[in-house]
Design a protein around this ligand. Structure first.
Ligand code: SF4
Length: 107
């Protein structure tokens, strides 16, 4: 007997296997495991990302508001942690004290 799976089914299987592999190795990715964003990298440069918000380029990014920083941004996923994930920098961690021009104040 031959069975086939559709693309959606294949995706579910792959996602399940990835989850099992992550749990099996005890290596679910946490922000603490992620490398820090490279401030000199092209995306960081384009967005004006800096690890220290007070060092934001206020001339190039006049929208910067003193006191704003990643930990107060809707896209920051680090909670109260010093470093956290950000949807704009997949695979890297941003500093809770950092800032970029995509800053969106938490509601
Ligand atoms: S989008 Fe928000 S959390 Fe991400 S780097 Fe910019 S200011 Fe920080």
């Amino acid at each position: 007997m031959t069975q086939s799976i559709d693309r959606r089914g294949f995706g579910r299987i792959c996602a399940g296997l990835a989850a099992v592999a992550a749990v099996g190795t005890g290596r679910i990715a946490h922000a603490a495991d992620l490398p820090h964003v490279d401030e000199a990298g092209p995306q960081a440069q384009a967005l004006g990302y800096v690890h220290d918000a007070t060092k934001a380029d206020k001339v190039k990014f006049p929208a910067y508001v003193a006191g704003s920083q990643c930990s107060g941004c809707q896209l920051y996923q680090g909670g109260a942690a010093e470093w956290g994930a950000c949807a704009l920098f997949a695979g890297s961690a941003v500093s809770g004290k950092g800032w970029c021009s995509a800053f969106a104040k938490k509601a």
